[in-house]
Design a protein around this ligand. Sequence first.
Ligand SMILES: Cc1ncc(COP(=O)(O)O)c(C=O)c1O
Length: 392
Amino acid sequence: MLQLAAGMKTLGTETAFEVLARANQLAAEGRDIINLGIGQPDFKTPDHIVEAAVKALRDGHHGYTPAAGIPPLREAVAAYLGERYDVEIDPDHVLIEPGGKVTMWFAMLTFGEPGAEILYPNPGFPIYESAIRFTSATPVPIPLREENGFAFDAEEVLAKITPRTRLLIVNSPANPTGGVVPREQFDRLAAGLADHPHVAVMSDEIYSRMLYDDREHVSMLSYPELRDRLILLDGWSKTYAMTGWRLGFAVWPESLVDGATRLAVNSHSCVNAAAQFAGLAALQGPQDAVDAMNAAFAERRQVIVSALNQLPGFRCVEPGGAFYAFPNITGTGLDAKALQTKLLEEAGVAVVAGTSFGAEGEGYLRFSYANSVEAIEEAARRVGHWLTENSG
Ligand SMILES: Cc1ncc(COP(=O)(O)O)c(C=O)c1O
């Protein structure tokens, strides 16, 4: 018998990838499947970004780059964040990573070990809990509630801090709920953290450019008192429709940036050189494609929320950001996981059960509206039909 490391038994997964695989399999068998399961923009990467990568390859950028990323890209990220949030960012604190996910993994490796506690949003991106468990740290859920628009309650978060707490994870706009945390909650959290200088924060802001109805994005970078213990996670994947390029960025505090760079050297060495040139073009080039994608998401959001609220047994609060709707389905009397399977196999609609995002997701389904208005309307029609046929 092979002896595996203990952490291997605790690794979770992202159900969205499993749903995608099954949806593709059904489609290959000739079934007509509408995919509202996977969390990625349905748009192509804008042309000028693709061209920058092609040019980089033609210009001979075929070798390793510095582990932390090419200097112009680190400088561009620092300038971009500085301008967006009116803060000073040292390019030496910026790391370019193969996706936002890597920052998460490195943060967990930096702080997680037996006896350590890490606070994370629940329902939340499933890899938080998986990575925490892998390190044998204790995952401490922060419940996010529908009645609060799925925003955390700062007092509740602060009350969960113990002397063993090492890291707090926050995510706004959020996956899977689309929840946006109001500034007032961030202010109270930042003020309260002054009493807990032993707690670092990882702020996952990968959906920072996707907000609706004039909502503002509050970046934790804008709290100077937290900067010496803040890890910012963001990247290109969602904003520029670049999920497959595997490109993300992070800002690490002075005391942690060397450790994070060593983790990079020890794991992936550096990000694909051409992708880094693409990232540079994305930040420095025209932003109209981003605006156009966000306008499309805003329209689809209206369509999906109104359609979901008309389904029997469904109730959906308006998501403030990202491209997910997270309806409460308890009125159907059906279990979320069972509904996920039935909707895919019988109605041809791929969605993800709320429980895939943690125990607090019981009674919810995640619909990604990164699909056309027509597809969303047809999906809602199919789900409605299935519910009517199978009710009672
Ligand atoms: C909240 C959140 N953080 C991070 C990521 C990972 O992004 P990337 O594809 O850049 O690794 C995702 C992707 O779905 C996400 O939803």
